[in-house]
Design a protein around this ligand. Sequence first.
Ligand code: 4AD
Ligand code: MG
Length: 477
Amino acid sequence: MRQYSVSELLTEDITFPEVEIKGWVRTFRANRFIALNDGSTLNNIQCVVDFENFDEALLKRITTGAAIHVTGELVESQGKGQKVEIKVKTLEVLGDSDPEEYPIQPKKHSFEFLRENAHLRTRTNTFSAVMRLRSALSYAIHKYFNEHGFYYMHTPIITGSDAEGAGEMFKVTSLDINNLPKNGNNKVDYSKDFFGKETNLTVSGQLEAETYAMSLGKVYTFGPTFRAENSNTSRHLAEFWMIEPEVAFMDLAGNMDLAEDFLKFVIKYVLENNSDDLEFLDKRQQDEDKKKPQADRSDMTLIEKLKFVTDNHFKRVSYTEAIDILRNSKPNKKKKFKYIIKDWGCDLQSEHERFLVEKHFKCPVILFDYPANIKAFYMRLNDDGKTVRAMDILFPGIGEIVGGAQREERLEVLKQKMAALNIPEEELWWYLDLRKYGTAVHSGFGLGFERLVMFVTSMCNIRDVIPFPRTPQNAEF
Ligand code: 4AD
Ligand code: MG
């Protein structure tokens, strides 16, 4: 007898009928039908119990949430919607679950309630599907880079630099309370507490990735990043995962090609390999849509939307063109934008990004050549002296999903930009070295992993696509 997963039992041709399985009870109907789930697939396997053959006390312990061990015969199912079922021979309860207390009852729970039970929410169909897709997307990301000659590098979590220059960092404080460094007034100086140095949690691995690109050629990072921005939106987390490729001898046009090819690959991967979970989430989105007024419903089903991305070119538009479009547009006949764009040079808000993607171009958009003063110090200055070779990729329903740039490779120009922004050269001496010794054109981008998972699952809140969300209100677990 062999132990199987539910996924194997439901999809493989199993010739030996005696099987063994372990999982968690979803429901137990009529003292006869156990719906058993082990996380390997959305579907449950039905285990049919001949109750006369089992002790009543044992059957009472088969409750929603209990972990059980079943052996039996795999037979063709008489029931609807399933090919096979298990005729139970032996039944063992591995872990009881008090039905009065178990939070995940077999009914619809609100996402707010499930967020409070993040440790148990993957026992629901929606969250198990989302997290299986999250895992598949991670795999596809590594697969893409592996197949395209990239090296995976690990950048530090604790760092002395502020890669984005936005000052949105969490400071690192050690716990040796008796030996904290003091400032001149004899007050404890918490800021310099990494063995006397000032450090923070990384906001991006880019600067370190650049050092490896300038030796290994093509590299990428995929790790946690931290932003201390106090934004309570459905698209921001204080801790999120970012994928950051960095490539030597590649300019902005090459960067756009890479990002588009990469995004299409990972989305195609889940379309081909995760159809059960995608179809489930697709149906879920359509059911949710039916509850909304016609005007707020999505134009496409989830799967149509994913195919739309894989099958169409991303529209490439300069910031200047985008501003012209936005100045002459309204989000709809009656409404104006909340934030009216008056002058060239202002930053775009998410309402503008979403208008360009969802209403104007109706496809993913790559915006490039932004004003230098709204972008980070490391971006390559264009010959016009006022724009930089930046690019943001905007997706329907999400807005910005990727931010990237060609990097400033000229030592003198980089030094001038740093001086203008009061970034001390001593802090980034190693970064400047890359421009001193064998500098070259190079580019890269950062993909916000959770924003990709949101897009692929059609989940509306970023808190629902990461196992344990860190937001200004939440750092439990
Ligand atoms: O645009 P950002 O800030 O770019 C960088 O960090 C660059 N250093 C990347 C690079 O060129 N290597 O962030 C990149 C992406 C954004 O487009 C967004 O998808 C995501 O990271 N992101 C966030 N996701 C969730 N919560 C937040 N607070 C995020 N901030 C950025
Ligand atoms: Mg950005």
